[in-house]
Write a new protein. Structure first.
Length: 94
């Protein structure tokens, strides 16, 4: 009877080892969101690399703004189409 709890521990520990957790971001053996890289990005000493990173950040910011503007435009078109559909329905029924 004393060996029963030890047997359960061995089975449990072998199962948890076979189900290792991998980070999708860096592939490390930790859960997502626990990367040391994400929390403390490496310092970049190359000025040209900093300039390139800045250009990429600016491009991404512009892309996000364009996407937001596109979504607003689509929503305005949807609202106008709803109004036109209501007017058309009123004309047909009246």
């Amino acid at each position: 009877m004393d060996k029963f709890p030890q047997h359960l521990y061995v089975v449990h520990s072998s199962q948890s080892q076979s189900q290792s957790i991998r980070c999708d971001f860096c592939g490390g053996d930790h859960p997502n969101g626990h990367c040391s890289y994400q929390n403390n990005p490496p310092e970049v000493e190359d000025p040209s690399m900093l300039e390139k990173m800045s250009k990429v950040e600016n491009a991404l910011t512009k892309l996000v703004i364009m996407e937001e503007n596109n979504m607003a435009t689509i929503r305005n078109i949807e609202i106008r189409m709803e109004k036109v559909a209501k007017q058309f329905e009123e004309i047909q029924s009246g």
